[in-house]
Design a protein around this ligand. Structure first.
Ligand code: S3P
Length: 205
């Protein structure tokens, strides 16, 4: 963290690049967390949502890699899932107190969480005012989107990726369903998903 409470490093530079395209309407929650399975589009959609709202965007997986100085597959390979989960909790806790104030006086943070984040009550219930959005993806769509990058997904069985996606997703669905809103992503381009998120927030807060 830097002195003003912002995380330092790549996320800072990323946040500094995005300019508000239309700005956040009154009543938009200050902290929006995108959750859901791998390849649901959390990072891509989160970056665009942040830019549209004029909010800072932080990707938890990127923060983990920055903090560890290693890629996620390497963390899994060298130290196992337990170490990855420890880092995931550490990076989440580091965001507890972050108040994001932009030069234009706006506040706001969009967080993209990893696929396992909602399955951990100590993480998912950490920020009471946050609005969590479940980006839904079908197993077949997830597999299509992951094609070519399966070796960087240590949670999936390389010999049966679809089977492991189905099993993991089924086991986590009840956790994802705890999110305040759920938004479809199958067959939709990222900007349409962002439109739907903004509409869901405008309807229900
Ligand atoms: C994980 C999903 C990944 C990453 C890690 C574990 C999971 O994030 O956090 O490989 O348990 O589903 P994405 O959902 O952003 O791919």
């Amino acid at each position: 963290m830097s002195e003003d409470g912002r995380p330092s490093g790549p996320a800072d530079r990323e946040g500094g690049r995005s300019e508000p395209a239309s700005g956040a309407p009154a009543g938009t929650p200050e902290r929006i967390v995108l959750v859901g399975f791998m390849a649901a589009g959390k990072t891509t959609v989160g970056r665009e949502l942040g830019a549209r709202l004029g909010y800072r965007f932080i990707d938890l997986d990127e923060e983990i890699e920055r903090r560890a100085g290693r890629s996620i597959p390497r963390i899994f390979r060298e130290d196992g899932e337990a170490e990855f989960r420890r880092l995931e909790a550490e990076v989440t806790r580091a965001l507890d107190e972050v108040v994001v104030t932009r030069p234009d006086g706006r506040h706001g943070l969009v967080v993209a969480a990893g696929g396992g984040w909602m399955a951990r009550p100590e993480l998912r219930d950490r920020w009471p005012g946050a609005v969590r959005i479940w980006l839904r993806v079908r197993p077949e769509t997830a597999l299509e989107r992951l094609d070519g990058s399966l070796d960087s997904r240590p949670m999936l069985d390389a010999d049966d990726p679809l089977g492991s996606i189905r099993a993991l997703l089924e086991g986590r669905e009840a956790d994802y369903a705890r999110a305040e809103h759920s938004v479809e992503t199958n067959g939709l381009p990222p900007d349409e998903v962002v439109d739907r998120i903004l509409a869901a927030i405008a309807r229900h807060g």
